[in-house]
Design a protein around this ligand. Structure first.
Ligand code: SAH
Ligand code: SF4
Ligand code: F3S
Length: 442
């Protein structure tokens, strides 16, 4: 009887970087002869790609471990932990898994897996070029660097992923070229702080130049990047965003707080005056830009007045969307050592809800302005409902678009639409034959 091919299943708890880690890890496992399964209960190897940015995500790992303990009583199961794990958690968690793989050392996976299963004869390649098999066949996350040197006092990332390490630009360009040849439509460059790209490699090009080079690789794709730190977002980068043909007019620029005193305690290295000036400069140069942000509410010592400064800033900047989190102390970070987590849970929740309401209004107002516009949409889903197809897609700025048609629209294709109506969660549109204002018009 042929030997059964072993199946693996990975669970992703974190951000896009985390998903990109999983894609690379999956590739290594596939090179070792494993097959990926969507069904966790079929898997012989289950892995968690951890996120440490908030405690809730860490708690979910313990939940999974308890489930797998029960499965293990019935069948052999290899459990694997990788992704972003804080050193303090690593000690507690790693022992509970069969395997812990440092995400910066994926090359160890093969030999470690062999060691715990000596009876298995794994096809151990001598060299892994970790070119991932992507989860999507039209949208790809391409890591350009890993780690972070910024040490915001609340943040787990510099502790989980280490210092900034850039990937050689030739490798990145080669990967994007391959993706474009395979007809990918959206390329999202990933790094915790992309503005520092290249600074750690001698004679390497810097981020604006990298963007320019990638922009020139094709004509019919969206190019995006995450994340920019307001401290070192340069004029060069703004100029490239303005002039490049494939770079979308979308920018994620996390502010974290509207209070200078809190920003200082967060070690963010900028003031609100600097941030506002920067936003003004970007909007003057690129008037149709959509800007989103991240905010933490209830950072230690944050007073009601300081929170109000955050609300005021959000009102003034008028984001198209924002992601906010209630402060969660992370072991080993400077904030966890320096401050008591003194903003009460209920108060954090209240502040979060208040912000949520405000941003909800701003998103709605932003989407209202889109009505009447002709835009490009990248299709993500289609479903037959009665006689029609409900197609869902995204604008370049991530606004969700609903298009009802007689025939289904191909997933992963670009279509031009005219936006007719605002919905609570996006906009409704119809197919259009005219050209969008800009290729990636918002
Ligand atoms: N590199 C990015 C984001 C990294 S983490 C940046 O610099 O903006 C993603 C988001 O999680 C952060 O922007 C922050 O808003 C949130 N976050 C990070 N640590 C947190 C913590 N301890 N508690 C609550 N939210 C946190
Ligand atoms: Fe974390 Fe700050 Fe680095 Fe972003 S810039 S990853 S928030 S330390
Ligand atoms: Fe992302 Fe969480 Fe790591 S936000 S970088 S997966 S700690």
């Amino acid at each position: 009887m042929p030997k059964k091919i072993k199946q693996f299943h990975l669970i992703i708890f974190g951000c896009q970087m985390n998903m990109s880690d999983a894609e690379r890890l999956a590739t290594v496992l596939k090179n070792l002869g494993y097959e990926e399964t969507k069904n966790e209960s079929e898997a012989d190897l289950v892995g968690v790609i951890a996120c440490s940015v908030r405690q809730a995500a860490v708690d979910r790992i313990y939940g999974k471990l308890r489930e797998w303990q029960i499965v293990k009583e019935k069948k052999p199961l290899v459990t694997l932990l990788s992704g972003c794990v804080l050193p303090a958690d690593r000690k507690k968690l790693a022992d509970k898994f069969d395997l812990f793989i440092d995400i910066n050392h994926l090359e160890n996976l093969a030999s470690d897996l062999q060691n715990i299963q000596p009876e298995e004869k794994l096809a151990l390649p001598s060299f892994f070029s970790i070119n991932p098999s992507y989860y999507s066949d039209y949208r790809a996350y391409v890591p350009i660097m890993t780690g972070c040197n910024k040490f915001c006092t609340y943040c787990a990332v510099p502790h989980t992923r280490g210092r900034e390490t850039s990937r050689p630009s030739q490798d990145i360009i080669a990967e994007v070229k391959k993706l474009l040849q395979a007809n990918y439509k959206e390329i999202i460059l990933l790094g915790q702080n992309v503005n520092s790209y290249g600074l750690d490699i001698k004679d390497e090009i810097k981020f604006p130049e990298l963007l320019q080079k990638i922009d020139k690789l094709g004509d019919n794709f969206w190019l995006k990047f995450l994340t920019s730190h307001p401290y070192d977002m340069s004029d060069d980068l703004i100029a490239v965003m303005k002039n490049a043909k494939n770079l979308t007019h979308y920018l994620h620029l996390p502010v974290q707080s509207g209070s200078d005193a809190i920003l200082k305690k967060m070690n963010r290295h900028y003031t609100i005056t600097h941030y506002k000036k920067l936003i003004k400069k970007i909007r003057t140069s690129i008037p149709d830009i959509a800007i989103s942000t991240d905010i933490i509410v209830g950072f230690p010592t944050e007073t009601a007045k300081q929170f109000k400064e955050t609300l005021d800033l959000v009102k003034e900047v008028n984001y198209n969307t924002a992601y906010f989190a209630q402060y969660s102390p992370r072991v080993g970070t400077a904030a966890a050592k320096m401050f008591k987590d003194d903003v009460k849970k209920e108060e954090k929740k209240k502040r979060w809800q208040e912000l949520n309401k405000l941003i909800g209004k701003q998103s709605l107002a932003f989407n209202k302005k889109l009505v009447g516009q002709t835009s490009l949409v990248l299709i993500d889903q289609n479903k037959k409902i009665d006689k029609n197809y409900l197609n869902l897609g995204k604008l370049a700025n991530y606004t969700t678009v609903k298009i009802t048609t007689k025939k289904s629209i191909k997933i992963g294709s670009f279509v031009t639409v005219k936006i007719n109506k605002v919905l609570n969660w996006g906009v409704e549109a119809e197919l259009s034959t005219s050209f969008p204002r800009r290729r990636e018009s918002h």
